[in-house]
Design a protein around this ligand. Structure first.
Ligand code: NAP
Length: 331
């Protein structure tokens, strides 16, 4: 019994569980330099939606009839490599498959005694580094500035807000439920949090940002971003991290032409991919770990159990089902 999840068909609009199939494959035999690993935590991430479309992007599309792949933390159950032993914990880009053979050169080793192993897929992994480099390198936050974050209660957003607070900024988060906005205010000490489903966003932003917006960290795009951008200050920085509100659109809606706002405000708008900073990941992880140790950076995860739940968890990202990093734990 070795389950695997394949992309059965390409989603049109919002993905549905019928776009995926669960199948069974034999437990693979190892070649030289390979490890047999058993998945422990599997990450679901918004960028995977883009890979389900036919089009070329910065990463090739998933193929129909082939397994999905992404960030996985796994335990080594058999090793054909000198460096790794049975019982080691490893992380890397792997298949959505319970047990698989991986090339030892393509994975990294984790400290198996780490209390929060799953953090390596969240705050101490790709999402945490995305928050760190996007905010600090592009946003360049200064004490007293106003920072607005959309998708603020997610894996990336909640780290951005807390780093902005560490840097002495006033922080406003936008998220999709009152449970999330309460969490941002009460647990993470955001100065304000706005529920975009219930608030009049225009009025709420005017109220929460009486001195305008100096930095906008954009995780969602669409109308939320149009509204925030209409409030930017002179020399504002707009960090384009993600556009999740558009990932399921079959025809991208046309919004306001914002170039004249950027022009009049001498503002910067810049997109980025976390891997642009690959050579600086060590420094980013060091700072993130120190802030966690010092109690300055808290983190939340939404973990559901069961390999078969992966498609449901993935779809849940687009329904706002997660607070913090969304993961599936595999037994
Ligand atoms: N540039 C990079 O290298 C990079 C790296 C990692 C992630 N990203 C991007 O960063 C963003 C956040 O990623 P993440 O991993 O931290 O995901 P996440 O925020 O943990 O999860 C996705 C969240 O997006 C929100 N959302 C879903 N549909 C929405 C809609 N139509 N309008 C507004 N909000 C919506 C939901 O929260 P609500 O309940 O608040 O709606 C959901 O919980 C994504 O756009 C992702 O693609 C970029």
């Amino acid at each position: 019994m070795n389950k695997q999840i394949l992309l059965k068909s390409r989603p049109t609009g919002m993905p549905v569980v019928e776009n995926f199939t669960i199948t069974e494959v034999p437990i693979p035999l190892l070649k030289e330099g390979e490890l047999l690993v058993k998945a422990k935590y599997i990450s679901v991430d918004p960028y995977m939606r883009g890979r389900m479309n036919e089009e070329e992007s910065y990463i090739p599309p998933f193929e129909i009839g082939k397994p999905i792949s992404g960030g996985v933390i796994a335990e080594v159950t058999e090793s054909n490599h000198n460096y790794f032993n049975k019982g080691d914990i490893v992380m890397g880009n792997m298949l959505w498959q319970e047990q698989q053979a991986v090339n030892a050169e393509r994975i990294s080793s984790l400290n198996k005694d780490s209390e929060q192993l799953s953090y390596y897929l969240g705050i101490l992994g790709m999402p945490g580094l995305t928050a760190y480099f996007g905010l600090l390198d592009i946003g360049k936050p200064k004490k007293g500035e106003t920072v607005v974050i959309s998708g603020a209660a997610g894996a990336v957003g909640m780290v951005v807000g807390q780093i902005a607070r560490i840097k002495g900024c006033r922080v406003i988060g936008i998220a999709g439920s009152s449970a999330k906005t309460t969490y941002l205010r009460d647990n993470l000490q955001f100065d304000e949090a706005i529920n975009y489903h219930s608030a009049n966003l225009e009025k709420a932003i005017s109220k929460a940002c009486p001195n305008g917006v100096d930095i906008y960290f954009d995780n969602v795009g669409g109308e939320i971003s149009d509204t925030v951008i209409s409030h930017i200050n002179k020399s504002a920085r707009i960090i384009i991290c993600g556009q999740i509100s558009l990932y399921n659109e079959t025809k991208i809606p046309v919004g306001p032409r914002i170039q004249s706002i950027l022009l009049k405000k001498s503002a910067l708008m810049q997109g980025f991919l976390v891997n642009d900073y690959a050579d600086k990941f060590e420094k980013g992880n060091q700072d993130l770990s120190n802030w966690i140790k010092d109690g300055k950076l808290l983190y939340e995860q939404t973990i559901i159990n069961g390999f078969e739940k992966l498609p449901e968890a993935f779809i849940g990202l687009f329904q706002g089902k997660n607070i913090g990093k969304y993961l599936v734990e595999v037994f």
